[in-house]
Structure formats: structure tokens, C-alpha cells
Design a protein around this ligand. Sequence first.
Ligand code: NI
Length: 210
Amino acid sequence: MNQFRKNPLLWLVVLGAIVLYTQLQGGPSSITDSHDVTTTVSASAAIGGPFALIDQDGKPVTDESFRGKYMLIYFGYSFCPDVCPTELLIMSQALDRLGEASKDVVPIFITVDPKRDTPEKLKGYVGHFGDRLIGLSGSEEAIGKAARAYRVYYRIPPAKDGAPPTEDYTVDHTSFIYLMGPDGKYLTHFVKGQDPEHIAEAIRKYLKPA
Ligand code: NI
């Protein structure tokens, strides 16, 4: 004990060792699909923008297709083993809690993995999260443009040495739920793992009084 009092640096060394140990215990799964990639979201005016994608019925849609509605947008991919389905479930539960008011909110899932997430694939996938979720795919270029507009980071692992791309890969990506206003402008976002009740309450504050 006296050692620590005399030498406060010792505390730092001990703390550092604990942190390092905890990280090492995280295991490979936390590295391959972290969902913990952080981006600076303080420049709120810069989040969001035009997109031109294809919905799960093969119909072209743009951001303007949803004008007059609030958009609740999540970027991810349907092969994601854990975080994406959890977040989409939270979105759907938040809308349930909004009740009647949720009619003005459109939940949208935009894939960052369009090679595997074709509109047909997304049609089956979005059905797991209620009957309102819209699934958007598109060309890699169109997806890249949408992701950049929303400051979404994602990384598809490159195919190895000209080998055909394997079906079995994970995609690192940021995990935020964005709330956009009826004019398409950014209102707020929710980080991973929020309580659906909290999200519902936050959305309620932005909705126009009936
Ligand atoms: Ni994911």
C-alpha cells in the first residue's frame, strides 16, 4: 500500500496491465466484426445526403422517395452474425413502442455488402424484423456513395490472390441508427445497444404534434 502512495505511477502501470489483459481476453471475434469503429459525428450538418438505391422488391428509390416521413436508417449486412440483427430488432421494438405515431417513421436498412445482399436476399431478411422495414441494396458505387454521405465506415475483406471471393466473410462497419427529418436532414443518431424505450422517447420529441 505504501508503495502505491509513494509512487502514483505504479497505479498507472497496474491499470495499464488490467486494460491490456481485458483486451487480450476479447478474442478474435471482437477484431473481425467489431462494430465499434467510431467516427466523428459532431458535424451533424454533414451527415446524410442523396442516395439512389434499389429496394427489396427491385424498385429504384432515392432519399426523396421518403420526403415527408422520418427515416430511421441503419447500415449493416444481412450475414452479420450478431450486432446487425440486434440493432434491427431494437429499431423494430422502438417503433412498436411509438405506437400510432410510428406511422410517420420509415425504418430503412441499407446494406454495405451488396455483392451478397441482393434485393432478393434482402426481401427475405427484412421480413424478420416486422413488415415495415425497407431493405436497400444497389451497385457497389451507389452503396459507397450512400455510406460516405452518412459517414459510415465499412470494409469488405479483399479476395485472396485472385481466388473467387468466399461467401463466408465478415464486414467491419460502424453501427449507428440515424434519425432523419421529413426534409431528409439529420436530426440525431443512436449508438449501439440503446434501449428501445429510449429511442422511442427520443423520436417522439422530434415528431410533429398531431
Ligand atoms: Ni453488423
